[in-house]
Design a protein around this ligand. Structure first.
Ligand code: NDP
Length: 330
């Protein structure tokens, strides 16, 4: 079975040479273990953080070892009463074609009819929960509020934008290509800005939201965050989900130059890691599941094929190659 190992720690933007395709002989499953063939694996921006050797909320990846991440697969041999051959499982054993693990380390999935399996890496998985929980629990949007979301055509952002609409808000969204912006408009998003071509992001957001914004859902950091602080109304909530614009920085990034406005405007800036909201999984699945079933919530995948293309898929996240969730089909 083939797997992708971390060959070296990236400096700046990750490159193909930081990854290594290797083959591993898999043992037969021991007592309580199963053999799983992965069908889909996820690449996510947070994995860049695990490539630094530093303490964090998840331990760093080790050089010379297979990377880890979300994956969906099928049990092909079982030595456990908990799982049988043919069961579909979700795991953190991504970046490899197959693996042997204790059944207790895996989560059995019931895939509803009509829902493609890979949705459990996106809209119905970790990014979906991140979007839904971050927006509802921290952003606390009220009907009539104006919500600004960056990275809006990505896995998290595209769900945030749509959930904010479903909650009765006016939505200003930014993304990095005209195709992405067209998709967001087709979803009914009120104001869509191509931040690469708009010239002046602050002016574009001010034009879209002349009375300011009540919620900013930050996927990007950098200039977007500064703009959000500038246009925030008193008591606005800034949901700090991610700052991908800085993940490859080799020097500490200067903070928003207008941070002082947090005081005068009584802003709330609150970061989070999705694990905090794991307890809301059932509520999330019920609400988002019903919007999917009724056709009110849409999603897209960008699919790369083959384990050998997993590094390119990951690197592509930093080049905006994906619309919706970037996934690798194995
Ligand atoms: P996306 O699907 O949004 O993919 C990443 C996107 O980021 C790219 O497609 C690109 O879109 C955009 N991007 C890349 N580089 C830059 C840049 N320099 N400036 C602006 N935009 C850039 O990824 P996810 O939806 O999985 O993640 C979105 C954010 O949410 C990330 O910051 C991630 O770290 C964070 N996150 C946080 C979690 C938490 O628990 N707090 C959990 C999951 C994700 P474009 O073409 O528009 O530039």
């Amino acid at each position: 079975s083939r797997e992708i190992r971390l060959a070296s720690r990236p400096v700046g933007v990750p490159a193909a040479a930081n990854f290594e395709l290797a083959t591993r002989e898999l043992p037969a499953p021991g007592p309580g273990e199963v053999l799983v063939e992965n069908k889909w694996m996820s690449v996510d921006p947070y994995m860049r953080g695990r490539m630094y050797d530093r303490p964090s909320y998840v331990p760093p990846f080790a050089i010379g070892e297979a990377l880890q991440g979300g994956a969906l697969g099928v049990v092909t041999a079982s030595n456990s009463d908990a799982l049988k051959v043919g069961d579909v499982v979700s795991s953190m054993f991504g970046w490899r074609e197959a693996f042997v693990a204790p059944a207790a380390a895996l989560q059995k999935l019931d895939v509803p009819p009509g829902v493609p399996l890979q949705a459990f890496l996106g809209v119905l998985g970790m990014p979906g929960l991140t979007a839904w929980a971050g927006l509802t629990q921290i952003g606390k949007p009220k009907p009539g509020d104006t919500v600004f979301v960056s990275g809006a055509a990505g896995a998290v952002g595209s769900i945030v934008a749509q959930v904010a609409k479903l909650k009765g808000c006016t939505v200003v969204a930014s993304a990095g290509s005209d195709d992405k912006c067209d998709w967001l408009r087709s979803l009914g998003i009120d104001h869509v800005i191509n931040y690469r071509t708009c010239g002046n992001l602050l002016a574009a957001v001010q034009a879209a939201a002349p009375k300011g914004i009540d919620v900013y859902f930050d996927n990007v950091g950098g200039e977007h965050l500064e703009v959000a602080i500038e246009v925030a109304r008193p008591f606005a909530r800034l949901v700090e989900c991610g700052m991908i614009a800085s993940y490859n920085d080799t020097e500490p990034t200067p903070g928003p130059r207008n941070i002082i406005q947090v005081v005068g405007k009584s802003l709330t800036m609150r970061g989070f890691i999705v694990i905090e909201f794991q307890g809301l999984q059932a509520e999330f699945a019920a609400e988002v599941g019903s919007w999917i079933a009724s056709g009110q919530l849409k999603w897209q995948d960008t699919v790369m094929e083959g384990i050998e293309n997993a590094p390119a898929a990951f690197i592509g996240l930093f080049e905006g190659k994906n619309t919706g969730k970037m996934v690798v089909k194995l």
